[in-house]
Design a protein around this ligand. Sequence first.
Ligand code: AMP
Length: 496
Amino acid sequence: MTFAELGLHDTLLKTLIESGYTEPTDVQAQAIPAALEKRDLMVSSQTGSGKTAAFMLPALHHLATQERRPFVPPLRRTPNQERQSARARGKERPRFQTAFPRVLVLAPTRELALQVTAATDKYAHEIRHLKAVAILGGMPYPKQMELLARNPEILVATPGRLIDHMESGKIDFSELQMLVLDEADRMLDMGFIDDIEKIVAATPESRQTMLFSATLDGAVGQIARRITRDALLIQVAASHAKHENIEQRLHFVDDLSHKNRLLDHLLRDAAIDQAVVFTATKRDADTLTDRLNIAGFNAAALHGDMHQGARNRTLTALRRGQVRILVATDVAARGIDVPTITHVINYDLPKFAEDYVHRIGRTGRAGRNGLAISLVNHAEHFSVRKIERFTKQTIPVETVAGHEPTRPMPNRSTRPNGAPNNRPPRKPNGQRGQRTFSNESHGKQNDRHESRSPRQEGFAQDANSFANTPRRDDGFSARNGRPAAAAANNRGNRKW
Ligand code: AMP
């Protein structure tokens, strides 16, 4: 299948060839023909699947084939000048010109919205007089009024800021033809449901609606059905979601200082072009960035406490290759699309298994290969299980010579379908018994984890005595077969 066979406008085909897109991705091949017929779509797909082009190419195709809109003269003065002259006339409010967009894309984060705008500019390169504008929280209002006064055909926006402009009459959706909700699940997670409802209610019934989301279950499925009409359901094959081009690894660490030493060692790997290191908190991101810079790495932080200007500067520096290591939190890094990111390192594990998938998807972009490494202390083994159950993939454990953990590694036996088994085996009477560490399961483990240290192999051999030990301080409570962290949580928080 080629882009030409999908029926796209010639100007777009030219740009796609220049961009090196030889053939449509799965989601593009399924979504573009239906979108060109103006059908509504509900698409379950992941970032990295090429979903931006899946909605933006049909949008641009429609705009390119329509009559050009009548020329609206731009504001002769900047909003600042307007404000000054308004003040001089004794009025406080500057004048503005209302924008009448034809395509609206809603995105959960500023980063994703900027990325969609950049992709739109790229795809619309050959279409004359077409304007795409990003309307985002954190951007100065006068600047945004200036952008809106150009009456752009395409608006890419985060919901909160868009509502502000809508309510003050700067945006009118009466001419809107297409509404796209990108990463709708994330928008709902971030509490944008009321804003989305308000925005949808302000758009014409006749619009075409496309909703993209990692999942179409639960609340997101309900809203998808409510705002679309006779939508085509597209579910992209799981291979993208599985991130098959991304190698995953797990390193056990004894404590924070071991983790830092191992991180520094991994970051010295010459194979790293650029890396994203994820931390649990904004403060940790700043602290780690400072430490890495002192240690001689070229690192920058990205998190939600930074001003928009600083975030944009960091992302631009990352794209230009001026930053080698980005230390980021989940929300800030979501949607980052920089093909030269070769490595993702989970310095801290994410709170939710789903975020793990989003994190590792920062590497392996545009069909390249990537490596995702998680640094895990023994008490976090339970969280690893959750991630493995969610992804239905086992993350192989590796060690680095000279940086092996001194504590024995937890048992990591799996069920035959590849989903990790964290439940004790059933007794003949059907009840669950204690977790025991048999030689057989260790035999399997040895097959899978080829690079384990001799010390860990030693543990595997004498682990038979483990089941009889009342309590060990290595991440598992042998008495009830649960990870010690979970048991510790019942006793109160244990910090390592
Ligand atoms: P997305 O899922 O929209 O974030 O896209 C992920 C990456 O894939 C971006 O870097 C796009 O430029 C790239 N991409 C999208 N479609 C294609 C295609 N058909 N061929 C090659 N690369 C693509």
